[in-house]
Design a protein around this ligand. Structure first.
Ligand SMILES: [Zn+2]
Length: 265
């Protein structure tokens, strides 16, 4: 399987360099400013790749480290990820871990943004190759009904260059996982039996309920690895940690990713 786009080292290295700068200067910035500075490097890479930039929202989201919302083209990052507590300031390894986790989470979500963009381009490219016409925005909205993509993004995809054959090969499993043959598997994984906790005799969750932090690093996180787009986003974030922590002696943290409600990534 080809590895194309944000997951390539050439696109991750500028992000890793920025993380190091922010860590070096961390005392000069607020939590929000640290996130914004890292985002500056990530958004430059997304722009370089032709991906429409999502809106960055920094906030306090219960049980969520970060998430990408394709319907509103919004990337949310929990402000607490950039918080360095007094006791951690003196501990170089703890500080490194904090910035590694921040870089992993933000790059993971940015990769989801690229994935959804390329899913839109995949559908348009396939239709073009088959019928020599492009689908309408209404057709695209129907195809992406299970996990809507922002209208502005679809409109931009319709006037953008088609995907290369290699990029189509890498994008197809993400598309199948989210919208195609894999989506049933996905629904079972995310919403299925025995995976959600029981509270007051009722199983938590449903199509719109945030299952929250209870699943972080538990069944949810493990099953999530079975989803092609999640495995890829986790590998992208993990690679940021590897590059950032190289030579430091600080180990890469597993499954830093995220917990997300339905319809987000
Ligand atoms: Zn994810």
């Amino acid at each position: 399987m080809p590895i194309i786009g944000l997951r390539e080292d050439q696109h991750l290295q500028p992000i890793v360099r920025r993380l190091a700068q922010v860590e070096e200067d961390f005392m000069n910035y607020t939590d929000h400013q640290r996130i914004e500075r890292v985002w500056g490097a990530i958004s430059a890479e997304l722009t370089d790749l032709g991906v429409p930039l999502p809106t960055l929202e920094i906030g306090n989201f219960a049980g969520v480290t970060g998430q990408f919302r394709p319907g509103t083209w919004l990337l949310q990052v929990n402000a607490s990820l950039a918080n360095v507590k007094l006791m951690e300031r003196a501990n170089t390894n703890r500080k490194k871990e904090i910035f590694a986790r921040l870089g992993d989470t933000m790059t993971h979500e940015a990769r989801h943004c690229e994935q959804l963009w390329r899913c839109a381009l995949l559908v348009i490219t396939r239709k073009w190759l088959k019928d020599n016409i492009k689908p309408t925005t209404t057709q695209l909205q129907g195809i992406f009904e299970a996990c809507p993509i922002a209208l502005g993004t679809l409109q931009r995809a319709l006037v953008s260059a088609p995907l290369s054959p290699a990029s189509m090969d890498e994008t197809a499993p993400w598309y199948d996982s989210i919208y195609g043959g894999g989506s049933g598997f996905r629904n079972i994984n995310l919403w299925g039996r025995q995976l959600r906790p029981v509270v007051g005799g009722t199983r938590v969750g449903g199509g719109t309920e945030d299952i929250g932090g209870q699943f972080q690093l538990t069944e949810f996180a493990r099953y999530e690895q079975g989803l092609a787009e999640e495995a890829d986003a986790h590998a992208t974030g993990r690679r940021v940690q590897e590059l950032y922590l190289e030579g430091s002696g600080v180990p890469v943290q597993p499954l830093v990713g995220h917990v997300r409600p339905s319809g987000t990534h």
